[in-house]
Design a protein around this ligand. Structure first.
Ligand SMILES: Cc1cc2nc3c(=O)[nH]c(=O)nc-3n(C[C@H](O)[C@H](O)[C@H](O)COP(=O)(O)OP(=O)(O)OC[C@H]3O[C@@H](n4cnc5c(N)ncnc54)[C@H](O)[C@@H]3O)c2cc1C
Length: 419
């Protein structure tokens, strides 16, 4: 006699949605969570505001997943951004849309999302045990039979859905346990690596700019001398390199380049709205305005204060030169610096500091219609533990919810038909 029909391991976005969906469709469900409270990563997401999904048209949605977007095709159609927002509204969380189609709770409080999901689970009678770390998925004759905790407690069930997340931000409970389970069960795991992660640079002058945030700039990624991608928006200088939305988006590819031993460079266009000629005219106007000032005192209309000494040094122009003496050649140097400020990328920060883990359980071994393992009967995978990752903007939570939705329903369809 099984204790439960379905066990869900991991009470994050995917796990809570999977457990609730399975219960809603009639299964007796147990949710096991390592931390004392559910949804710790949701609670810190979007800087505590939870960018829950994106308003992007569903037909274009999968383009936002550099990691196996096509795998999500049917899954996202079944539980899309509209369905997720409707679901949250039903449990008391109204949402709003911000810049870039980003969807947040109207309350700007991620805890409201966790509370809504917890309310959903309670309403459906899901049994929840928190503060328990599962160390093994139990399998007999190629079929899952339950799970075992590190305290050796065993829980039996007809199906197990693993929603243990990736290996980023381990303090939230996601420490890569699912990858270990997968390998032990004979699944192929695509090497976990950081995605959406700050980048380290060789240039030590970035330290002087620590905390400087630049809006409306364009960053172009060059790998092995070839232009690979460009992003427009906001970036941030840190004591080790660069971060901020456009850098995070480029970081996945930048990291791949570094790991392959290729030279990786970012070129920042600080004035992307202007052509080189327009920028030259703009600089000449500024120089006329400040014609009797020294070069070091003539850039304040053009650049944020903290950037001026760095740009002066990099330009090689004498800072004490009276500005009307700055010649055409020197202006040209300044323009190329302003439009192609080069940064040599030496590495990403560690996976622990990444917003998302790329890699995970190989999607080739998961049925995209059900999220069921193709290796072990009764075993399902959902969320970041699967080799799927998206860009910033709400795409990762949407994917986790949608995979959880599908896995919960499919597991229930399977076990309920076994009765
Ligand atoms: C700082 C930060 C900000 C983010 N902001 C956003 C955002 O605004 N929008 C967005 O779309 N995405 C965001 N993300 C990414 C998003 O939060 C994740 O992709 C998503 O939460 C993954 O959901 P999941 O359920 O798969 O995994 P998780 O949310 O990581 O949940 C996994 C759960 O499993 C539990 N667990 C792990 N191992 C075990 C075990 N052995 N036994 C029992 N339980 C276990 C963990 O404790 C955890 O609760 C952010 C991530 C971070 C780190």
């Amino acid at each position: 006699m099984k204790d439960y029909q379905i066990i869900v391991v991991g009470g994050g976005a995917a796990g809570m949605m999977a457990a609730g969906q399975a219960a809603q469709n009639g299964a007796k469900v147990l949710l096991l969570e390592k931390k004392e409270r559910l949804g710790r990563k949701i609670a810190i997401s979007g800087k505590g505001r939870c960018n829950i999904t994106n308003e992007e048209n569903v037909a274009d949605f999968i383009r936002n997943y550099p990691g196996n977007g096509r795998f999500l095709h049917g899954i996202l159609r079944e539980f899309d951004n509209v369905a997720l927002r409707r679901f949250l509204a039903h449990y008391g969380v109204e949402t709003k849309v911000e810049r870039g189609g980003r969807v947040f709770p109207v309350s700007d409080d991620a805890e409201n999302v966790v509370e809504a999901l917890a309310g959903f689970l309670t309403e459906l009678g899901v049994t929840i045990i928190t503060g328990i770390t599962i160390e093994e998925i139990l399998v007999e004759n190629g079929r899952v039979i339950g799970v075992q905790g590190i305290d050796k407690r065993r829980f039996l069930a007809q199906a197990v859905i693993v929603c243990t997340g990736g290996a980023s931000y381990p303090a939230t409970g996601s420490t890569g346990d699912g990858f270990r389970f997968a390998r032990k069960l004979g699944h192929h795991v695509i090497t976990p690596r950081p995605a959406l992660v700050p980048l380290k640079t060789a240039e030590s002058w970035v330290k002087e700019l620590q905390g400087l945030s630049l809006r409306n700039v364009e960053a172009t990624l060059w790998i092995g001398g070839k232009k690979k991608a460009a992003e427009f928006g906001e970036m941030l200088f840190t004591h080790f390199g660069v971060s901020g939305p456009i850098i995070l988006t480029l970081s996945r590819q930048a990291g791949e380049g570094v790991r392959q031993g290729e030279p990786v460079q970012l070129r920042i266009n600080l004035k992307p709205a202007l052509t080189a000629e327009q920028l030259d005219l703009r600089i000449q106007r500024d120089f006329q305005k400040y014609s009797n000032k020294q070069f070091k005192n003539a850039l304040e209309d053009l650049l944020p204060q903290s950037l001026i000494p760095v740009m002066i040094r990099l330009s090689g122009i004498n800072p004490d030169r009276v500005v009307h003496q700055v010649n055409r050649e020197e202006r040209k140097r300044l323009i190329s610096l302003l439009q192609e400020l080069a940064l040599t990328i030496t590495d990403t920060l560690s996976i622990e500091t990444a917003i998302v883990t790329a890699g995970g359980v190989d999607v080739k071994e998961i049925n995209p219609k059900t999220m069921a393992s193709k290796r072990i009967e009764g075993l399902y995978w959902a969320g970041e533990v699967v080799d799927v990752d998206g860009i910033t903007g709400g795409f990762n939570l949407q994917a986790a919810f949608a995979m959880g939705f599908r896995a919960g329903r499919a597991a229930c369809e399977e076990v309920c038909s076994l009765v």
